[in-house]
Structure formats: structure tokens, C-alpha cells
Design a protein around this ligand. Structure first.
Ligand SMILES: C[S@@+](CC[C@H](N)C(=O)[O-])C[C@H]1O[C@@H](n2cnc3c(N)ncnc32)[C@H](O)[C@@H]1O
Length: 331
């Protein structure tokens, strides 16, 4: 029986290792992060609404971007980075949320925690969205993004790229060499002068460690205005585990701070009742905002998009069974 793309990815195992040999230090990426480092950054158009009674059905037409997506998920090319950037509905939602939050602030600086990054492709395409939100906002505070992942490989690559951009901001396309890495990596989009300027104008901190234990990794209570979390729920096993992340976020956010989540429909958390998830947030003083369904290619079965690969490609219907939701920490 076909499995979902997210399951297949998770099966590759999470847990990068660091090998220390005398003075040299080598990062050995886990299967998950090695795979993600080879992703390409893709931008999909909106799916159209299906003309049926089911509000959650969306039509994926055989447009070039969707055919390309199907090809890559069928392993006929490097897979797409499944971050906020890929799906129009998720990308636009995040930019709108960030733009509002930035426009409403009275502070000179907004501090964002990016919780879990998967790869440098996910991170830099996320920064692109932060820059878009700032551009559209009515205020222009300084933005500081702290990225945290428990695995060292994606953080080390992102930091290498950041350091290169600082010293050589005119770099047009970047293939930073990781001397202590065992794989070749590539940044799949050309860093234009404009983008490089945006990335370096957003201050960044890079942290390796467990988000559920913020003190152990030097993160202070009440120190963030916004936390963004994209499908971390896809790699955690149950509601108790989800709650341990939320407890840490309640500590890290300032009162009135915003948690922006994309919630994966992939099992096993899919089985947990929607209401239980909302109640857990309320217990921790998070006020739930509008819950919206979105579709996500990584939640689909492996062969779901195959009709797009036929000689005469045909549309497929997908269900928007993933979701996005903001939560505001009570003042
Ligand atoms: C599903 S990925 C993030 C999703 C990513 N935005 C995407 O779209 O693919 C989950 C990331 O969270 C990280 N992660 C999982 N548990 C973590 C923890 N307890 N602390 C920090 N990072 C964690 C994983 O290493 C992985 O890079």
C-alpha cells in the first residue's frame, strides 16, 4: 500500500551525529536532513476550489508547476522543500499574519523564533516571506530571527550561507562548501543582489538543541514576539509530546505574543480530536485564532499525483486536511 511522502521521509530517521576526531569535527547528517538539504525551492500556484459539496476538496490542474511537483515527488528530480513557501495558500497566510503583526507593533524590534527548519532551503525561503511581510507592513521595525533545530546539519549549513552573505553580499549564486560535511549541498535558488540584501538585513541567530528545553540552549523566557512552527507535528508522536513544545513556547513568548502554526494531518496526531488540541492550547493560556484548512503535498499518498504525469495529464483532487492557525498568548 502506498505511504504518504511525509511518512517515507520520516522513515529515513532523524538525528544528525557529530564525529570528533582530535581537532576535527565532522557533521554526519541523518537521512532526513541529508534528503532535505538536497531539496529545491519551488513555488506552486493556488489550487482551485472543487465544484462539489465538499468544501475541503481542491483541484490540482496540470499546470507546469503542478506537473513539476508530481515529477519531483515521483523521484524524477530533487524533491521540493516542503516549507511555508511551497504551497500558495500556506505562503500567503504566513505573509498576511506576519504583515499584520509587524504593522501593529509599537516596538523597534520584532523577535521571531523559527521552530525546526528541516534545511537551509526551508530557512532561506522562510526569510524571503519575512522580507515580503516587512516590505508590505506599515511599520519597519528591525527583525531578528532565531532558528532552532535539534539537528546540527541544517543549522550549520544555514549559518555557513549567512556568514558568506555577510562577507560577500553580492554573491549571485552560492554553493558554500562545508568542509566538515560529508555531502555536497546546494542552494537551489539564485541569490540575487536584492535577496542577499534582504537576508543580511534580517539579523539571525543559529541554535542547535531541543526546543522543549529552551533554558538548556540559552533561550530566555519572554524573549520572542512571534514563534512560527511548520509541520513539526508531522514528526512527533502524540499529544503529550505536542504539549511539551507548547509549554516551552508559552514560556518563550512575551505575553500577547503570537504562535503561528501549520499542523500536518499525517498520522498519528491525525487521530487526536481537534477539540483536544484546542483545549490543550487554552490550558496553556493560548487564545486560538481562526483555524483554516490547507492542502499539503507531503500529506498525500505517494501515487496520488500520478495522473499529472500521464502523456495527457489530467487534474487530480486533493483534500485540504492540513491546517494553519494562529494562537495569541494571553496578556
Ligand atoms: C517537519 S520538519 C520542519 C518542517 C519544515 N518546515 C518542512 O516544511 O519540512 C521538523 C524539524 O523539526 C526538528 N525538530 C523535531 N523535534 C525537535 C525538537 N524537539 N527540538 C528542535 N527541533 C526539532 C527536526 O529536526 C526537523 O528539522
Amino acid at each position: 500500500m502506498p505511504s504518504s511522502h511525509q511518512y517515507l521521509l520520516n522513515d529515513q530517521g532523524l538525528g544528525c551525529q557529530v564525529e570528533i576526531n582530535g581537532d576535527s569535527r565532522r557533521i554526519i547528517p541523518c537521512g532526513y536532513h541529508r534528503d532535505r538539504a538536497e531539496n529545491v525551492i519551488m513555488k506552486l500556484d493556488s489550487a482551485s476550489r472543487a465544484n462539489t459539496g465538499n468544501q475541503l476538496e481542491r483541484i490540482i490542474d496540470p499546470k507546469p508547476c503542478f506537473v513539476e511537483l508530481a515529477r519531483r515527488l515521483d523521484k524524477q528530480g530533487a524533491p521540493p522543500a516542503g516549507g511555508w513557501y511551497l504551497v500558495a495558500e500556506q505562503r500567503e497566510w504566513l505573509v498576511a499574519q506576519l504583515k499584520n503583526a509587524i504593522s501593529e507593533t509599537n516596538s523597534r524590534e520584532i523577535r521571531i523564533l523559527e521552530a525546526g527548519i528541516a534545511s537551509h532551503n526551508h530557512h532561506y525561503s522562510f526569510l524571503d516571506l519575512v522580507a515580503q511581510a516587512l516590505e508590505g507592513a506599515t511599520r519597519k521595525p528591525k527583525i531578528h530571527v532565531t532558528i532552532v533545530d535539534r539537528c546540527e546539519y541544517p543549522i550549520a549549513i544555514s549559518k555557513t550561507i549567512h556568514d558568506e552573505l555577510i562577507t560577500e553580499p553580492n554573491v549571485r549564486s552560492s554553493l558554500p562548501r562545508m568542509e566538515d560535511s560529508s555531502t555536497e549541498l546546494f542552494l537551489s535558488f539564485v541569490i540575487s543582489r536584492r535577496n542577499a540584501g534582504q537576508y543580511t538585513s534580517i539579523e539571525q541567530s543559529f541554535v542547535v538543541g531541543d526546543l522543549r528545553d529552551p533554558k538548556s540552549i540559552g533561550l530566555e523566557a519572554n524573549s520572542f514576539d512571534i514563534i512560527t512552527e511548520h509541520f513539526i507535528s508531522s514528526v512527533i508522536a502524540n499529544l503529550d509530546l505536542l504539549e511539551s513544545f507548547r509549554r516551552a513556547y508559552a514560556d518563550l513568548l512575551r505575553p500577547g505574543g503570537l504562535l503561528l502554526t501549520a499542523y500536518g494531518a499525517t498520522l498519528p496526531l491525525k487521530e487526536v480530536e481537534f477539540q483536544e488540541v484546542q483545549d490543550m492550547h487554552k490550558r496553556l493560556r493560548f487564545v486560538p485564532g481562526k483555524f483554516e484548512y490547507v492542502w499539503d503535498p507531503y500529506g498525500l499518498q505517494e501515487d496520488h499525483l500520478d495522473p499529472l504525469l500521464e502523456e495527457d495529464p489530467v487534474s487530480v483532487t486533493v483534500i485540504s486536511d492540513n491546517s494553519v492557525q494562529p494562537f495569541r498568548l494571553a496578556e
